[in-house]
Design a protein around this ligand. Structure first.
Ligand code: NAI
Length: 339
């Protein structure tokens, strides 16, 4: 029986990298059936809403979605649709692996980087509880929401993930020295749950020090667990360590539905030129295959990406090459064919 997946092509480079990913997954014979739905600025322009009801119904039915990036207007306009979908389905764990890929030259290629950010995805500074104070927006307030329940859930997820993935250490990142209540609660819960997992090492690091440590010695980190805002920022920092946003995937995991996407945005500067790197979304697709228990297909996809990048002959502009999205996709399909 085929597995239905809700497919959102998205905005900017979204349709280009989604097309590449669908071609590769079809080439893998993963037995996926695509249910196409809309979201983002394109949907807003065509349908008058950035998040049609049918999209939510589709994700609810299929429980799995693959999504291209969506444009969010800055400062004004509709709220982030990414955040809205994550919230609607309570996709509480945002998992973002950052690993140096073969053939990709980075400042850290000698020591290596292989870390996974596990970010709390529903609360914190992204609780959406914010307002302005009149007159004339004289002030604005955003509530950092932090429930014990959500802290426990994300820290436990990080430890279970570490165990499943054969990883050795969880680093909890916080700012409890200043944000004593919210971040203090997160840290207290983390320290308490860590005692249940004596096979996994545990440490906590203050976020400002963490930024420096990640730049100076990223190889010391394994699994990071942190709240929403810091997770958002640190996972982009991690993407920079491994060669850029074009390579970093993300999974939004919930009990009732999960959504897989690239960490990067719509890249308006290169949209429509056919030169975007689809690797981040392809690696997100690999996480999706694993989530669907298609572990062998996921490994084949990973191997194909590593082989093509490793040879360095057909790579996109962001990695210093000159291949188009289509040429890179063709190279991946040829690699899969030869496996
Ligand atoms: P961005 O990630 O779109 O672009 C940053 C830089 O990275 C640009 O120079 C871009 O060309 C490059 N880049 C990104 N992905 C690439 C790829 N696959 N291949 C080659 N180069 C790539 O970030 P920006 O410009 O801050 O955001 C643009 C829009 O994307 C905004 O509307 C933002 O809200 C949205 N966005 C959406 C996300 C999502 O849907 N998950 C995540 C982040 C931003």
């Amino acid at each position: 029986m085929s597995q239905k997946v809700s497919l959102i092509r998205g905005d900017g480079i979204g349709p280009e990298i989604v097309e590449a990913t669908v071609r590769v997954l079809d080439g893998l014979d993963a037995g996926l059936e695509w249910e196409e739905v809309r979201a983002g600025s394109g949907a807003f322009n065509d349908l008058g809403t950035p998040l049609p009801e049918e999209t939510l119904l589709s994700i609810g039915r299929n429980k799995v979605a693959l999504k291209g990036p969506l444009e969010t207007p800055i400062g004004t306009g509709f709220r982030s649709i990414n955040v809205a979908i994550r919230k609607h389905f309570d996709m509480y764990a945002n998992v973002r692996p950052a690993k140096i890929m073969p053939g990709v030259n980075t400042r850290y290629s000698d020591t290596g980087v292989d870390l996974v950010t596990v970010r709390e995805n529903t609360e914190g500074a992204y609780s959406g509880i914010e307002h302005t104070i009149p007159p004339n927006r004289a002030a604005a307030e955003t509530i950092i929401l932090c429930t014990r329940w959500a802290c426990e859930r994300i820290v436990r997820y990080a430890f279970d993930y570490a165990r499943r993935a054969g990883r050795e250490k969880v680093t909890l990142v916080h700012k409890a020295n200043i944000l004593k209540e919210t971040n203090g609660l997160f840290l207290e819960v983390g320290q308490s749950i860590a005692r249940e997992y004596d096979d996994i090492k545990f440490e906590d690091v203050i976020v400002d020090n963490m930024c420096m440590q990640m730049v100076m010695r990223p190889e010391q980190f394994d699994v990071l667990v942190t709240m929403n805002l810091f997770g958002d920022i640190l996972s982009d920092l991690a993407a920079g360590l491994i060669g850029g946003l074009g390579l970093t995937p993300g999974a939004n995991i919930g009990k009732d539905a999960s959504m897989f996407e690239a960490v990067h945005g719509t890249a308006p500067d290169i949209a429509g030129q056919g030169v975007a790197n689809p690797t981040a979304l392809l690696r997100a697709a690999s996480m999706m295959l694993e989530h669907l228990d298609m572990v062998e297909k996921a490994r084949r996809l990973d191997q194909a990406i590593e082989a093509v990048l490793g040879r360095g002959e057909v790579v996109t502009g962001d990695l210093g090459g000159s291949a188009t999205t289509e040429e890179y996709t063709d190279a991946l399909l040829a690699e899969i064919e030869s496996q």
